[in-house]
Design a binder for this molecule. Structure first.
Ligand SMILES: Nc1ncnc2c1ncn2[C@@H]1O[C@H](COP(=O)(O)OP(=O)(O)OP(=O)(O)O)[C@@H](O)[C@H]1O
Ligand SMILES: [Mg+2]
Length: 252
């Protein structure tokens, strides 16, 4: 059964159609990469699944429940979102920032269990040493890991990540992608992540979705869909898909 189902979704910003007739199913514990050029609608799709944006047509279902009927708190218990951009205010410590991820479970004052969970996930992303630092004073790679810890702090069944590796050095790119894989394998967390790096998608995703101008151009198992003709049609770039290495390189 699909954990996430997107059915005939159309999303607009004013009169500008950004997603057009998008439908997809994601099963429990699957890792799905959303690919496509800048402006193709990846962030918009993730925000729509999280119920932040409302489609003008179609629906999103999580565990067969329509997202439009769930409260923000219910959605926050089910879905963790790691955004591409965040506005930060000075004077907030990392520990308190990650604690905001526990909000759906906190009545009034965080308990020692909440704090324990926060520290566990900071450790998980190798960021425990940042616990007392101000969030505005982190490197972008450090902040990226803190953002993931915040999303995990709610212990969601579904994790949406928007370009989680874009600010990371190669070590943390690998670390975060391995973490994603581990969450899916060991805990059955369903992962939907946008990515720019096709090689990363090839190696870490089971299923890929290529968006082109707000429509799904191709979707399916990574071995079937990661093809030179698809990539050229979507990005307008010639590439070589190296099947043995599971890598995609542009040909100039
Ligand atoms: N708040 C907004 N108001 C109006 N238009 C928007 C808004 N947010 C995004 N758009 C437009 O919607 C389209 C899709 O944007 P989106 O952010 O979903 O693309 P993306 O695939 O995530 O791109 P990127 O790879 O650059 O992150 C773009 O043309 C963008 O300019
Ligand atoms: Mg985006």
């Amino acid at each position: 059964m699909a954990v996430v189902r997107v059915l005939g979704v159309e999303v607009r910003y004013g009169s500008f159609k950004v997603l057009d007739d998008v439908s997809l199913d994601v099963g429990e514990g699957e890792v799905v990469a959303v690919l496509g050029p800048n402006g193709s609608g990846k962030t918009t799709l993730l925000k729509t699944i999280d119920g932040i944006l409302r489609p003008v047509k179609g629906s999103v279902y999580i565990d067969s429940k329509s997202v439009s009927r769930l409260s923000r708190v219910d959605i926050a218990k089910l879905v963790g979102f790691v955004p591409q951009h965040v506005n930060l205010v000075r004077g907030v410590r990392v520990v308190d920032f990650v604690l905001t991820g526990r909000k759906p479970y906190i009545d009034f004052i965080p308990t020692s269990k909440d704090l324990e969970v926060v520290l566990r996930y900071l450790r998980y992303v190798d960021a425990e040493y940042l616990v007392d630092r101000d969030v505005t004073e982190l490197s972008s790679g450090e902040f990226q890991r803190v953002l993931i810890a915040r999303a995990l702090a709610a212990e969601p069944r579904i994790l949406l990540l928007d370009e989680p590796t874009s600010n990371l050095d190669i070590r943390y790119q690998v670390a975060i992608l391995n973490l994603i894989k581990k969450l899916s394998r060991e805990r059955g967390v369903t992962i939907i992540t946008s990515l720019h790096d096709l090689t990363q998608a090839y190696r870490y995703a089971e299923k890929v979705i290529f968006l082109s101008r707000g429509r799904i151009y191709a979707m399916g198992g990574v071995d079937d869909v990661m093809r030179e003709d698809v990539i050229e049609a979507v990005y307008g770039v010639k590439t070589k898909v190296l099947r043995d290495l599971r890598a995609v390189i542009p040909i100039t």
